[in-house]
Design a protein around this ligand. Sequence first.
Ligand SMILES: [Zn+2]
Length: 194
Amino acid sequence: MNDRKINIEIIRSSRRTIAMEITRDLRVLVRAPFRMPDSDVQRFIKDKSSWLYKHLELAKKKIEMYEQQEKTAAKLTREEISQLADKALRVIPERAAFYAPAVGVKFGKITIRNQKTRWGSCSSKGNLNFNCLLMLAPPEVIDYVVVHELCHIKELNHSARFWSEVERVLPDYKEPKEWLKKNGNGLIQRMRQK
Ligand SMILES: [Zn+2]
């Protein structure tokens, strides 16, 4: 991207400050007050150029990751599903043990399931279930689901208190959450009907 000219849209409004924003479809917007002189706007853009390059790169990487995960998925073979389950049995208890002290909980049994409905669940006794398909998701997503279920040991609901607990442990949880929203169904489609 380095040499490519970046198209920046300048949007004037009655706002009082100037700000730069990258949209989900990688447009760059500069929101500026009506009365700010063009020269000031241009200077702001120039000052923000390293921020802009950095964040455009990050945003592009994120989109590439999404697209890669979205490519239509072939059904997994029984063999592949059993390999995923084996891997999940190694990875997930380790991640749960890593995060449990940060959440401040102890968990019970961990079960790995092949399911077409959910990524994880938590019983009132603190036993946790996880979907073996998580092994096809990026590590941050695995960690998010693990932390999500661990937080349910404290809060067995999706209240504001629950989400603030998730955020306390994983401040960047919104990205993996969004990833699952976007790509989760594609992954689930790879699971065979039992
Ligand atoms: Zn939940």
